[in-house]
Design a protein around this ligand. Structure first.
Ligand code: MN
Length: 739
């Protein structure tokens, strides 16, 4: 590195050693030119970023070096991608141009850097995240390495998010959990997905995250002892197979443990499968399947299996290429233990997914899984009618799916669809035209409704008629992104065509009133709350909104349209303006600060989906017409809002007060021992805790009860105290906040 560039000797050494460390982690072979390119890329990055620092104060160049290292060691990418990773922020952030990169490093590296720059510039703009996601996917179909480097970039940013301001952390975390984690899953980067979700939870739900992390650490020793007890008898038998293998226990992620606690409503102590045991065999491709089943047979000789938990993803790999044999057995002390059996090759694909796929191209199972998926992505991307937000919704829900269903054509060809897919989805998966003209469907020779949910092994026969056309109702009968996009685009065409009549009617009227057409239509859309012209014209055409009706509320005045009576103000809050609004209700003290200003200046309310309580982690969200809503940062809606409309999210903080109360909803379950329980619960709340109950309902079923209590509490500490004290009552098994 040129001496003069880095003034501080210590930093210079730190940078060089980070670089050497990265080089040492490269797994793929490199020729002289590759090594030279990487060294050149490094030197250019050091020079270009020399004036920049990260939020943490570190020299900026440590970031691209770290990203290159993740590419090399955690994804196993080759020299081209590593050089591009070193350069990934150069064009975006410094004086260096794209042309210079291509001149120095050639078009292969140049193209990847260009893709990364384009992705980044998209993120800096205010455009909605859905638009950005579309860009990510367009780059993906062009060169998947761009997205893989981007994943590494995101992972490093997530790992070092600590020095960012809180509201930025929340936005980045939301986008990561909404877009990058599912995409990592789809690309087979399981380790990335798991780490993304853990890092997101650490930000959005720090209390629960830390609590689980602490408990995992406390129980580490006994867990390791248990794993040894489980593994030892297996090892003896596995050794006799005379095949190299390794066997180990793998802890489950904090995020997945938290999900189990929430879904099963059990405390940490009752979650037994905190780990899985993995057996990885080193065998040649032709013996893989046989050996895995042989190991399965050994495992189930030693420990009793639970037959319905057997999953064979070797015979039929998952659509993201995952192969493995999973089973759950009953281990010592009667505890359930998941065992995963696979080969080194399968393990590499499971860890590195798409990136490992080329290496094994041509081997059964790996054949075309990604090509098929990429074709599907391309097809959706090419649809000119798809609106970005709809697109993201469809894509996320159905293309990043986790499970799938296997069905057959009448000729016996297998089709893989996301689990939950319907008979109509099947028709669209065969061909768009088959979908469009589908009139009836038979499954296993029986006529079924088009919305029939496919089951594994179904044989599906689609009947078509060229006069058939899709209608909007069909949207309710499909789940796959492809079918939704196709139906939507066909019905939009239909709406647009019918809407022409409405458009003509309104055009005539506006001409007659002598007002500007464009300006007036915009005015009407806003006034009647339409988001698209197509919908507006369509409603006029089908008489849902008639022209005379419109002009009962609207008149022309001075060459433009105005409302007859001024409608009550429903416009969004002016966030930019510093002019204080008159508070609607006088409070003793501000309870919140929004973007650093007292919340009274804004029109705000608490979201009813998650009912924040003073002390909860929160953020403010600017709604289209209901002012600001305050959500908890672990609200189930939050990730969606922040990922799609990140630019509407604002920072919100509590200002502590003693005289406010908040609504908190609790769910309580337990053993029903007669009418006494209601009395004991309400006594505990009102007398012992001195809290007010807003509503209380309880239902019992066969010796078990489930109750919902709405409480008024001053802050989250009081709420947690209440939860703990209710939990300690006899016959109560769980108490949790409703999310
Ligand atoms: Mn970066």
């Amino acid at each position: 590195m040129p001496e003069v560039l880095v003034k501080n000797k210590e930093e210079q050494e730190r940078i060089e050693s980070a670089y050497q460390d990265m080089i040492a982690s490269i797994k793929s072979g490199m020729d002289e030119q590759d090594s030279k390119n990487i060294r050149d890329a490094y030197e250019l990055a050091v020079e270009a970023h020399q004036e920049q620092r990260r939020k943490s104060g570190e020299p900026y160049v440590l970031h691209p070096i770290a990203v290159a290292k993740i590419c090399a060691s955690e994804i196993g990418l080759g020299p081209t991608a590593i050089a591009a990773a070193l350069l990934h922020d150069v064009v975006e952030d410094t004086e260096v141009t794209q042309a210079e990169i291509e001149k120095r490093f050639g078009t292969r590296i140049g193209k990847i850097v260009d893709g990364l720059t384009k992705l980044d510039s998209a993120y800096n703009s205010e455009s909605p995240q859905a638009e950005n996601f579309k860009k990510v996917l367009s780059t993906l179909v062009e060169d998947v390495r761009v997205v893989l480097v981007k994943m590494a970039d995101r992972l490093h940013n997530m790992r070092t998010l600590g020095s960012m301001p809180r509201h930025k952390q929340l936005k980045i975390a939301a986008e990561t959990s909404y877009i990058y984690a599912p995409l990592a899953h789809r690309l087979g980067l399981y380790a990335f997905k798991t780490e993304f979700l853990d890092l997101c939870m650490k930000i959005t739900d720090p209390d629960n995250y830390q609590a689980i992390a602490r408990k995992l650490a406390e129980t580490k020793r006994s867990r390791e002892a248990y794993i040894q007890e489980f593994i030892t008898p297996l090892k003896e038998k596995l050794n006799s197979l005379d095949v190299p293998y390794h066997i180990y226990g793998r802890p489950k992620s904090i995020y997945s443990i938290w999900n189990k606690i929430k879904n099963k409503q059990v405390p940490f102590e009752e979650i037994y499968d905190l780990f899985a045991v993995r057996i990885v065999l080193d065998v040649p491709p032709e013996r893989e399947k046989l050996m895995c089943w042989q190991v399965y047979s050994i495992v189930t000789d030693v420990h009793t299996p639970i037959p319905e938990r057997l999953k064979d993803w070797i015979t039929t790999p998952k659509s993201n290429g995952y192969e493995s044999l999973h089973t759950t057995v009953i281990g010592p002390k009667g505890r359930y233990v998941e065992v995963q059996i696979r080969t080194e090759r399968m393990d590499e694909i499971a860890e590195r997914g798409f990136a490992a796929h080329w290496k094994y191209k041509g081997i059964k199972g790996q054949r075309d899984v990604y090509e098929r998926w990429l074709d599907n992505v391309r097809e959706i991307l090419e649809d000119p009618n798809s609106d970005a937000v709809e697109f993201l919704g469809d894509f996320r829900a159905n293309n990043l799916f986790t499970e799938e269903v296997f069905v057959y054509t009448p000729k016996g060809d297998m089709k893989i669809l996301p689990s939950g897919a319907t008979a109509l989805d099947f028709a669209f998966s065969i061909h768009t035209d088959i979908g469009y003209h589908c009139t009836a469907i038979k499954v296993n020779n029986r006529l079924v409704p088009m919305g029939y949910r496919l089951q594994n092994g179904d044989q599906v026969h689609v009947y078509t008629n060229s006069h058939q056309k899709p209608s909007e109702d069909w949207l309710k009968m499909v789940v796959t992104g492809k079918a939704r996009a196709k139906i939507r685009s066909a019905t939009k065409e239909e709406r647009r065509a019918r809407g022409e009549f409405g458009k003509e009617a309104i055009q005539r009227k506006l001409k007659h009133l002598k007002v500007d057409y464009e300006e007036s239509v915009e005015f009407l859309l806003k006034h009647f709350n339409y988001s698209s012209r197509v919908d507006f014209f369509y409603d006029i055409a089908v008489d849902k909104l008639s022209v005379p009706d419109i002009f009962r509320h609207i008149k022309a005045e001075g060459g433009r349209l105005v409302a007859v009576e001024p409608v009550p103000e429903a416009a969004p809050v002016e966030v930019e303006s510093n002019r204080p609004r008159a508070p609607r209700k006088v409070l003793d003290k501000p309870r919140l600060m929004i973007n650093g200003e007292p919340a009274e200046r804004f029109e705000y309310s608490f979201a009813s989906c998650c009912n924040p309580v003073q002390g909860d982690q929160i953020f403010a969200y600017l709604t289209a017409n209901a002012g600001l809503k305050i959500h908890r940062s672990n609200c189930p809606n939050a990730a969606n809002l922040m990922a799609n409309y990140g630019y509407r999210v604002m920072k919100a903080d509590w200002v502590s007060t003693t005289n406010s109360t908040f609504v908190a909803d609790l769910k309580i379950t337990g053993i029903d021992d007669g009418p006494g329980i209601i009395e004991r619960l309400s006594h505990q709340i009102s007398s012992a805790l001195n809290l007010n109950i807003r509503s209380f309902s309880i239902e019992g079923y066969e010796g078990y009860f489930e109750g919902r209590i709405s409480l008024l509490v001053p802050n989250v500490d009081q709420l947690n105290l209440a939860i703990r004290s209710l939990q300690n009552l006899d016959h109560v098994s769980t108490v949790s906040r409703v999310e």
